[in-house]
Design a binder for this molecule. Structure first.
Ligand SMILES: [Zn+2]
Ligand SMILES: [Zn+2]
Ligand SMILES: [Zn+2]
Length: 104
């Protein structure tokens, strides 16, 4: 048993602006994790460039976004089934659920 009741207050402010869309239940399973890096390690290892970076909200893995040539964030989802990413850029709170295929 986990002593802190995390999850009870999560999502209290999560009313989505597009109220018609079904809620993304994948957000409920997330606990805060810090990003593991500030680069796409796979692109760096390959000497490749990326357009943007996202962080996996399940494990903190950082990878290049879907508008980057190699789409390592998508590869991470396909390998791990970790559903939700967030843009790494400071000030951006945009999250993307790969299962629902939309911003959440
Ligand atoms: Zn979802
Ligand atoms: Zn990459
Ligand atoms: Zn992950």
């Amino acid at each position: 048993m986990v002593p802190d009741g995390s999850g009870m207050s999560l999502g209290a402010r999560g009313i989505s602006p597009n109220g018609a869309a079904p809620r993304c239940e994948h957000l409920d399973a997330l606990v805060p994790v810090p990003p593991q890096s500030s680069i796409c390690r796979e692109c760096q290892a390959a000497g490749a460039d990326w357009v943007g970076l996202v962080v996996c909200l399940t494990c903190g893995w950082v990878a290049c976004s879907d508008d980057s040539p190699r789409r390592h964030a998508l590869a991470h989802y396909e390998e791990t089934d970790h559903p939700v990413t967030r843009a790494l850029r400071p000030g951006s709170a945009r999250r993307w659920c790969y299962v629902h295929r939309r911003a959440v």
